[in-house]
Every structure is written in C-alpha cells, then in structure tokens.
Design a protein around this ligand. Sequence first.
Ligand code: FEO
Length: 173
Amino acid sequence: MLNKEIEAAFNAQINAEFWSAYLYLSMSMHFAHEGFAGIANWFAVQFKEEQDHATIMMNYVNSRGGKVILEPIAAVDTEWNAPIDAFNHTLLHENKVTSLINDLYALATEKKDYATQSMLKWFIDEQVEEEETAGEYINTLKKIGDNGYGLYMFDKELAARTYTTPAPLANKN
Ligand code: FEO
C-alpha cells in the first residue's frame, strides 16, 4: 500500500505533469500560428511526452493500491515574443519540475519506500535530458540572434523530431 503522503505528492506531481503538457501544447499552438511549423512540432512531441509522464505516474499509483485524484489544470501563458523566450521558459519550468521530482524522491527515501525510489530514477534521468536539450537550444538561438535564415534552419531541424513511447510505457505492452 502506498504511503498517504507519497500518494498526495504523486497526485500533485501528476497535476504538474499535465500542467507541463498544457504549457507545451500552448507553445506548440503559438508557434504554429507564427509560422514556425518545426518548433510547433517539437512542442507537440513535448506535449505527448508530458502526458506520458503523468500516465506512468498514474499507472504506478494504481499499481501500489493508491488513488489518483485529478485536479483542475491551471492556466498557462499563450504568447512568447520569440522562440528563445519559449525555450528560456521551458528551461526554467524544467528546473522547477526537477526540484519537484527530487522532493518526491527525498520523501520516498524518508519513508523507506524503495519501490518508489526505483521508479523515480527514470524521471531523474529524464530531467537531466530535458534540461540539457532546452539549454542547447537556448545556446543555438543566442548564436542565431535575428538571422532569418538561421531561424529558418532551426525550425527545419525541429521539424524532424518524432515521438517515441518512453521505456516505462513501452515495457508495459
Ligand atoms: Fe515531465 Fe518535462 O518533465
């Protein structure tokens, strides 16, 4: 049986993952509207990944006999002045998510919940990747500055991103 405090922390994290999904969907729609189809694609994949993060956690809470409680998802921003602003926002947001995951891990450690510690390891690694990618794009966009051709090429590069089912969900099938 899942400890009640850990269950509540997972429910808060599930809401944060859906909030992340909603934020990236909003970014995707914004950049589609601005004519950046590639950036819109990249954030659309990000939107799916965040829903997967929530799904992995919901499956886990269920498997441990806990109850998932879905709360309302708070509003997200709808405008970014430039692609670099959206990626700065992404990095700041992912930093916050990392600290939430770390808090959850610390709680699991305190409660001697080894199964939760084990499942959270995938998320800890995932956060390293998410922060690294956002940081790389910020550096690239700083170099590009206002160069229209550079932005055109950046958009083309992001158009190539495809979705793959994350391991914890792929392993379930
Ligand atoms: Fe679910 Fe972007 O972390």
